[in-house]
Write a protein that binds this ligand. Structure first.
Ligand code: CP
Length: 315
């Protein structure tokens, strides 16, 4: 099994068969992660560097766990405290790391296109862990994998993506991924946070009415308001946003069916999701996080070019 791409830069570049291959491989790794010894030697002779130029909790820990559970040697790099603060360029930074015989790079960067730029200058596989407002491919893969796990398949399912679509790399990667897998997608949020091109360019439905979207969908993937990326006020206040687009348990209970609630994290509790909705039985937020490790193991393994070896040792 292999992928049609050398790097995982975005879902836009993947074939549906690539996504299905990642899911089948993640199924096997998820089995491994249920065992007492949650480790395989698949990437035992592989060194992976996690290069994070932007903050992260889930993605960074999830990649590191995935790498360690595959038996890889792992090096972590943060821009803060590095020679980036002395003016070193991205290519110099990464080439210096690669000179120490690193085999794969996982990178998060606040600049859209940073991993694509890097892929033109280095030979080893790069996995994009989020680039600016562009893509966050492993998040979309783990989201779709979680829908498949919860509802049996993604094909034909109705998914509402709620909130700050404009600034969200999670939204764009999710739209590409869900559409490739045959889901119907509606984006919902304030008009100022939904790009005008979206419906025509990406084939999604657009609505500004949260209740209408929730009555329609099987799954609501609720996004964080990306306050750090707002260059100007695009809604009057967080309080008003929460009143119009926030999801709470009372709203969920008033619908005529049960909607699965997802969120990529970190959650602004009380803004896009109330605690009683985020922590409800309808929420699969922590299952998303759990699935992230298996999905990232699959992506790392498939891009590594190693021969199949998903057997557990010492168990
Ligand atoms: N979902 C996600 O990317 O979270 P982090 O920013 O914590 O990695």
């Amino acid at each position: 099994m292999s992928l049609s791409v050398k790097h995982l830069l975005g879902i836009r570049d993947l074939q549906r068969s690539d996504i299905e291959t990642i899911f089948q491989t993640a199924d096997s790794f998820k089995d491994v992660l249920q065992r007492p010894i949650k480790k395989v030697p698949t990437l035992r002779d592989t060194t992976i560097v996690n290069v994070f130029f932007e903050n992260s909790t889930r993605t960074r820990i999830s990649f590191e766990l995935a790498e360690k559970r595959l038996g890889a040697d792992v090096v972590n790099f943060s821009a803060s405290g590095s020679s980036v603060s002395k003016g070193e360029t991205l290519i110099d930074t990464v080439n210096n790391i690669l000179a120490m015989k690193v085999d794969m790079v996982v990178m998060r960067h606040s600049a859209t296109g940073a991993p694509h730029f890097l892929s033109k200058h280095i030979d080893v596989p790069i996995l994009n862990a989020g680039d600016g407002i562009n893509e966050h491919p492993t998040q979309a893969l783990l989201d779709a994998f979680s829908i498949r796990e919860k509802l049996g398949s993604v094909e034909g399912k109705k998914v509402a993506i709620v909130g700050d679509i404009m600034h969200s790399r999670v939204a764009l990667s999710n739209i590409y991924c869900l559409k490739k897998l045959g889901a119907e997608v509606t984006v919902v949020g304030p008009p100022t946070l939904i790009p005008k091109y979206l419906a025509n360019a990406l084939g999604v439905n657009v609505t500004y009415n949260l209740r209408e979207a929730l009555e329609w969908c099987d799954v609501a993937n609720v996004l964080r308001i990306q306050l750090e990326r707002l260059k100007m006020p695009l809604f009057s206040s967080l309080r008003e946003y929460s009143l119009v687009y926030g999801i709470n348990k009372q709203l969920l209970d008033s619908l005529h069916k049960e909607v699965v609630i997802m969120h990529p994290g970190p959650i602004n509790r009380g803004v896009e999701l109330s605690s009683d909705a985020a922590d409800s039985k309808q929420s699969i937020i922590l299952q998303q996080v759990e699935n992230g490790v298996a999905v990232r193991m699959a992506a790392l393994y498939l891009l590594s070019g190693k021969t199949p070896n998903i057997t557990v040792t010492g168990n």
